[in-house]
Write a protein that binds this ligand. Structure first.
Ligand code: NAP
Length: 348
């Protein structure tokens, strides 16, 4: 959050100070005061001194050749039906096969038989408005917009399932809000009774609620932390984490460099980065990776955001490249490389 604040208020003194658990409580206050006399930055107060946090130190490593395996994994993918997580999931299906359980809030509404296939929201709304006399079709503009969005979300989910199946793997979509602990727990119990124990986790669910730090309200933090933070906590509490061979968390480069207007989103993603470090320590046999993605050509990056990044000279990650990097790094990168920045560096 502080990294984003620094971009929004370059003239302000903004520090983040992490305190290591084993620091002597008697010396914390004086070390914090000492850190505040250092140049504006991110510091860790540790037992034996004060260290400046180095950002973005993990770089992608070239992937060694793939090894074939007969093991049929069962992957749980939050947010896997849509957006860039769906692209990564389809690539993962090509590499590992097995079963993919996709979680999302959207329902899957069948495309009406009489309606031509249309992927553009505006054109689809127009088509629906002209056919509002058809049985069961919405009539009011707001309802038409909602229905058009539902149809497009459903189409995206169906296409993801088809891509996974084309790759020779199995796919199941479950409609669930991962922020709702009870709903999620029941859904995961049921699916594991049916399909077997989950062996890999990809946590891609996320939403934006952008605004400058002074305009963000508690509910804007809650919206973003809901799927990212509580969602992951709920998933981990519902699984046998010791059965997970791989854990991939979709974080963001904004967590590493900060980003104007995204203090809440950057903070939630940095939390994921820290959880990845923690999980890697707790589960030494598991490949744990936090992908700090720069902006993609797709998903939550709409035309306006893409233009903003282009103006700042920050390149967009192509879908095929991003999906390939994801699968390479998750399956084959060195075990002790946990946090990756993927994309252009936009730090100072
Ligand atoms: N696109 C980028 O450039 C970029 C850059 C950096 C990081 N990321 C990260 O990558 C991930 C995917 O982003 P995206 O661009 O693909 O976004 P997106 O197109 O908006 O997709 C977000 C996905 O999360 C799901 N989701 C959101 N809230 C959920 C909830 N409470 N329960 C279950 N599922 C939920 C959505 O499904 P429903 O709407 O159906 O629930 C959707 O599948 C996010 O974590 C994002 O922070 C993306």
């Amino acid at each position: 959050m502080v990294r984003s604040l620094r971009q929004e208020r370059p003239d302000a003194e903004a520090y983040s100070i992490s305190i290591a658990q084993d620091t002597n409580p008697g010396s914390v206050a004086s070390k914090v005061i000492q850190a505040l006399s250092l140049p504006n930055g991110d510091y860790s107060v540790q037992r034996n001194g004060i260290y400046q946090d180095v950002l973005g130190e993990d770089h992608l490593s070239p992937a060694p050749p793939e090894q074939q395996s007969d093991f049929k994994p069962i992957w749980l993918v939050s947010g896997g039906g849509r957006g860039v997580t769906a692209d990564c999931t389809a690539e993962l299906a090509r590499r590992t096969g097995g079963t993919f359980i996709l979680l999302g809030r959207s329902d899957v509404t069948p495309w009406p038989e009489w309606l031509p296939l249309e992927r553009d929201l505006k054109t689809l709304r127009g088509l629906l408005a002209r056919n509002s006399g058809q049985p069961g079709m919405p009539r009011k503009p707001m309802e038409i917009d909602k229905y058009a969005r539902r149809l497009l979300a459903s189409l995206e989910i169906s296409n993801t399932i088809a891509s996974i199946e084309q790759a020779g793997a199995k796919a199941r979509y479950i409609q669930a809000d991962i922020g709702d602990a009870n709903q999620l727990h029941t859904a995961l119990q049921d699916i594991q009774n049916e399909q077997g124990r989950i062996t890999g986790l990809v946590h891609g669910a996320g939403v934006l609620a952008d605004g400058t730090a002074e305009s963000l309200r508690p509910e804007d933090f809650q919206r973003v932390f809901g799927p990212k933070v509580s969602g992951l906590e709920n998933i981990l509490a519902s699984l046998d984490v010791n059965s997970l061979s791989h854990i991939a968390l979709f974080s963001s480069a904004s967590a590493v460099f900060g980003n104007e207007g995204q203090a809440n989103y950057a903070a939630a993603n940095e939390w994921l980065n820290n959880v990845a470090l923690h999980l890697a320590g707790e589960l030494p046999a598991t490949q744990v990776k936090a992908f700090c993605w720069g902006p993609w050509q797709g998903g939550m990056v709409d035309e306006a955001l893409a233009r903003m990044f282009a103006e700042r000279g920050i390149g967009l990650i192509g879908k095929a490249d991003g999906a390939r990097i994801f699968a390479d790094q998750l399956l084959q990168s060195p075990h002790d490389q946990i946090r990756f920045v993927v994309g252009d560096d936009w730090g100072e």
